[in-house]
Design a protein around this ligand. Structure first.
Ligand SMILES: [Zn+2]
Length: 258
């Protein structure tokens, strides 16, 4: 798929190649030159009137002129539905650390206690149970979605937005469902930011429980998710019409303003 030069890049005279060497060629170099000229004879005909440009070398665009637009369209076509998740995850309105974490979560690459135990970074005496429920192993998908504590966080947020959901089997499934809900402009900005803020906040809270001996705090975490959403969006969205109070305390009214 990579582009290559489409027209001649050495001046040609009467259809013969003339390479201006600075010294006599050795015998082995003459063979290489002959091979090069043979290869060039299969190239498209040169046209001295036209400027050089890049063309596609395969079937992507059938030897048409290279453009960044073509490259982007081709890359997008290969991503399929994942392109929408990419756009969702790499949300420019939130701190890059949040997007990066959610990208890892989407790819199931977050280093959970179970993983660290498996590779020997945690000794066998260290608990690998989820610190929220102390029942299931601490895997990514459990902590971020399937733990009863996490499920309650997701369900509470979704209920406040007047929606119903069915728990997803993966972070990708969650994103797909999330993007299927349609809102207008500023309300959509909040809605699109929420899953990223929730994923990030759940993981941070899990770490507080593991490393700082904090206790799972449902109302505290729910408030923190709202505050984080409000502060990050207020800082990055120009002329954002909602106040921090609106976002923290008046989700239902915001939803109704759509
Ligand atoms: Zn759990």
């Amino acid at each position: 798929m990579f582009p290559k030069l489409g027209q001649g890049f050495v001046v040609v005279v009467s259809c013969a190649w003339n390479f201006p060497y600075r010294r006599e060629l050795y015998d082995w170099e003459l063979i290489e030159e002959a091979n090069l000229i043979a290869a060039l004879s299969y190239a498209p005909p040169l046209c001295n009137e036209n400027a050089d440009y890049l063309i596609w070398s395969n079937d992507v665009a059938a030897h048409t002129q290279f453009s960044v637009v073509d490259l982007y369209a081709h890359s997008s076509s290969l991503l399929g539905p994942n392109l929408r998740i990419c756009k969702q995850v790499w949300n420019s309105l939130l701190p890059p650390k949040v997007s990066f974490f959610c990208w890892l979560a989407w790819k199931n690459k977050v280093k959970s206690s179970e993983f660290l135990h498996k590779i020997g970074l945690l000794d066998s005496s260290t608990s690998t149970l989820c610190p929220f429920c102390n029942y299931e192993p601490e895997t990514n998908i459990h902590v971020l979605l399937h733990c009863p504590f996490s499920w309650l966080i997701w369900s509470s947020v979704i209920k406040e937005w007047g929606l119903q959901w069915c728990i997803s089997s993966s972070v990708a499934g969650l994103f797909h469902w999330w993007m299927s809900e349609k809102f207008q402009k500023y309300v959509r900005i909040i809605w699109r930011a929420l899953p990223l803020v929730i994923l990030w906040s759940l993981w941070k809270h899990k770490n507080d429980c593991v490393f700082s001996k904090a206790q799972p705090n449902f109302p505290g975490l729910l408030d923190l998710i709202k505050f984080r959403s409000a502060l990050w969006l207020k800082a990055s969205v120009k002329d954002f019409p909602f106040s921090v109070d609106d976002i923290v305390f008046k989700w239902k009214q915001i939803r109704g303003s759509d």
